[in-house]
Design a protein around this ligand. Structure first.
Ligand SMILES: [Zn+2]
Length: 474
């Protein structure tokens, strides 16, 4: 049987949060309510801004947020608005007294969102809408919730006169969902502003609730697969379609695609994926859970691998995957094609270079005449090391909202800004205070929503995290 954890009422719980390490003796219900209201106002303002790629609305959002920090008393020299093309980043430093002798902690989220067509949505995506239990709108989950939350957190701590024992830095990036240039701009041009012992990418990870609203696991992203896209092109001298020849660019490309379809990349494991499967297994009361347990104990178990490979949500944790996603071929219906191109998107298991996977694909495709190119500039990053200080703080902070929920390290199949922090030598961990039922996760999709209770819960969680990682020790 899966273990069950009670769902506490965040507001009632607040009264129990008395700890000698808190900056003030206790967090009052009134304070949580007041700052929840601020977070909600910021979320409302944020969702109403259509910060999609190319629309040019990110800088105004960044200025609005910068004003929140200014009003809270952060000095101008610690607030950095960094324009980049049509978008921008915002970096804010919360100066500590240095008494811990520890390096800074970076807290990062992104201000941009994926596009949304209002005609497809039940509610308008760029207006914050709500019912009794949820907020709705593009970005309420990914990632304006956590932008609003982190801003509120800094405002709250400042209002209390909290002085951290090490610097805390917020970095809000401006194109995480598209080109991810702003994060690279930060790591390359403004390293001094964001340099930190580690980064907490407050985007992804978080808690899972079952259908009864009970928390059953909490995930932290420790690693990401490398996102890489290749174009595979067959070329031909072409000709008239009334005089066909056996050599044909479309036939050549189709044959290569078929060989890719027959190929599966070998199963791989690391400490993160094995721990993930071992700790997730007990919560799935089915053949998938059994397969996870067997695989964690013996990664050569063929039957377990077969079961896990058949599940799209788990196949990416087993190996590199590459799949064709787009086709382009020919130029006229009555002409032999002069070229045919397939776009192949790969999610590469940590430890392999993009070049090595490209060479492997070339061998699989089996046609030396095909041309290959890499789309964009993929970034590969190693897994972040296990961090006991962080893990202890997460467990203790979760105890305040969902006591006893198991913490599970995860390798993410997508790419967050964390991959760029890791690649720049800043270990990076994805986590958030949001708990949701996986069935409610509509990030990037239609009718994106977040539980209203996530605001007070996240405030309690992050307040505790800051206190444990950067608060005074008695
Ligand atoms: Zn995101």
């Amino acid at each position: 049987m899966p273990r069950r954890f009670p769902l506490p009422n965040a507001f009632l719980l607040v009264m129990l949060l008395v700890s000698p390490t808190l900056p003030s003796a206790e967090i009052s219900q009134e304070e949580i309510a007041r700052y929840s209201k601020l977070a909600e106002e910021l979320l409302r303002d944020g969702v109403n801004r259509k910060t999609v790629a190319g629309a040019g609305h990110v800088p105004a959002y960044a200025i609005f947020l910068a004003h929140q920090f200014q009003r809270a008393g952060f000095p101008d020299e610690d607030i950095h608005l960094l324009p980049h093309g049509e978008t921008a980043s915002l970096v804010v430093r919360y100066r500590g007294d240095g008494s811990s002798k520890l390096q800074s902690i970076l807290l990062s989220s992104h201000m941009d969102v994926v596009g949304a067509d209002p005609r497809d949505w039940e509610r308008h995506p760029f207006e914050l809408q709500e019912d009794d239990n949820f907020y709705y709108g593009r970005g309420v989950l990914d990632n304006k919730f956590d932008v609003s939350l982190l801003t509120t957190l800094f405002v709250w701590l400042k209002a209390e006169g909290f002085v951290p024992t090490r610097d805390l830095i917020i970095a809000f990036t401006g194109d995480e969902e598209s080109y991810q240039e702003t994060v690279q701009h930060l790591t390359s041009e403004f390293r001094d502003l964001i340099d930190a012992e580690y980064a907490l990418v407050v985007d992804g990870g978080g808690g899972a609730l079952d259908d009864n609203g009970e928390a059953f696991q909490y995930q932290i992203g420790f690693a990401e697969k490398t996102y890489a896209t290749f174009n595979m092109t067959a070329r031909n001298r072409g000709g008239h379609s009334s005089m066909p020849r056996p050599d044909n660019a479309i036939f050549d490309l189709a044959a290569a695609i078929q060989r890719l379809e027959m190929h599966t990349f070998p199963v791989e494991t690391n400490e993160i994926t094995l721990t993930y499967f071992a700790r997730t297994a007990p919560f799935l009361n089915n053949e998938v859970g059994e397969a996870m347990a067997r695989f964690a104990a013996d990664p050569t178990d063929e039957a377990a691998i077969k079961t896990l490979r058949s599940k799209p949500e788990y196949v990416g944790t087993l190996s590199t995957t590459c799949i064709p996603t787009m086709l382009e071929a020919g130029h006229a219906e009555n002409a032999l094609p002069r070229s045919a191109t397939a776009t192949v998107n790969c999610r590469i298991f940590p430890g392999h270079s993009v070049e090595a996977i490209k060479q492997e694909l070339q061998v699989i495709a089996g046609n030396p005449d095909l041309e290959w190119s890499v789309v964009g500039t993929p970034v590969s990053s190693d897994a972040s090391p296990f961090n006991p200080e962080l893990m202890e703080a997460v467990s203790a902070s979760l105890d305040r909202i969902y006591p006893g929920v198991p913490v599970i390290p995860k390798m993410i199949s997508g790419t967050t800004d964390g991959a760029y922090f890791r690649a720049a030598g800043i270990p990076s961990y994805s986590l958030t205070g949001i708990f949701l039922n996986p069935a409610d996760s509509y990030a990037h999709g239609l009718n994106e929503r977040v539980r209203k209770a996530s605001i007070p819960e996240s405030l309690i969680f992050w307040r505790s995290m800051i206190n444990l990682l950067a608060g005074p020790r008695e």
